[in-house]
Design a protein around this ligand. Sequence first.
Ligand code: UD1
Length: 430
Amino acid sequence: MEQYVVKGGVPLRGEVSVGGAKNAALGILAAAIMTDETVTIENVPNVRDTRVLLQAIEGIGAKVKYVYNNSVQINGGSICDLNVEYEYIKKIRASYYLLGALLGKYKESNVALPGGCNIGSRPIDQHLKGFKALGAKVDIDKGVVCAKADKLVGSHIYFDVVTVGATINLMMASCMAEGDTILENAAKEPHIVDVANFLNAMGANIKGAGTDVIRIKGVSRLHGCTYSIIPDQIEAGTFMVAAAATHGDVVVKDVIPKHLESISAKLMEMGCEIVEGDDWVRVIADKELGSTNVKTLPYPGFPTDMQPQMAVALALAKGSSMVTESIFENRFKYVDEINRMGAKVKVEGNTAYIEGVQRISAAQLSAPDLRAGAALVIAALAADGISEIEDIEYIQRGYEDFEGKLSCLGAVIAKVDSDRELQKFKLKIG
Ligand code: UD1
């Protein structure tokens, strides 16, 4: 099994480029099947989640072609199956976007209930409520969601919680419905805007994405287009926090600084210097880090997907900090791991109480989920000694060439997949 070996204690320095946003890509790749014409999508992150979704899309008969490493052509004209198999779904959560995309296009979809990171109960009641409001009959049969309609008719839908997944799914399901749909209490994340822009580039009529009211006028058909995905807010934030935790100086390139403001603000509160350009952010962390409090919230609040990484940096900051998780209930699984490294973190309910320590030491670690896994890599980069991190397939779900990019910043990290390789790397780094 592949694992990371990390020798910590090296401040990260240099420049790193960020790829396309994974969570936007997942919505956009699914939406691309909604036309029979060819769609070219650029800046697709080549990560496990996008590769699995593309397999699922191929599995129902669409044509998928990688033009370059990060450019994909999809043609949904040859789709012959409206059933998405469990094998695909259980690996990634975002296969549920095929529910909205297939229902919107063919008025029918059958998709197994989604898997993904185990960070909470993650219901999809708001998705199903929305499909029903558009006129679909929705049944769950042996773990498969079956949605079917004679016709879809626009509706006024009020989400009970702010949900990224349901907002994207309902934009897809309603964009070819008859009449107008209004989504209220919609999520405002950058990837919501990106999926809406992509659907509009295919001929949809969606207004208000990025605010909490999205208005969709149904159109009769969508057409092909070429579209480039926005940069990944969370990948960028992960490198920013890694720079802070290792007392480094890193320029994170090819980003939209506006999307990173909640992260930049917290790093500044901790004493980092942040310099912003048009499409880059530099994090300078030459001083001792200070404590602060963080609460995760829907965008533009602090992203839940950055909570574990930020908590690791705070575990190394002077003083007491509090991290409150208000989106998912099971997102502190990395805490036991960093406490074994010498961090002092206590979880009570949805809050982690952190007493900053000056140093942590290397350990044998296991990634509990995608973002917690990235947080453990940051902890290993900041720790004294050589850490080994197992279960890195979680990390590979969302970070393209994580180890390569970190190495370019001076990190001593390697991906190994045998004991021999592990010993060889350890000998090399001493
Ligand atoms: C997406 C992201 C994930 C991120 C999360 C919050 C993708 C593929 N994943 O997940 O990385 O952490 O947004 O930014 O884009 N909820 C319900 N009923 C529903 C749907 C959601 O109660 O029908 C609740 C969830 O349990 C959670 C909250 O709403 O407490 C937000 O979930 P949601 O925004 O839907 O997250 P995902 O789309 O699963």
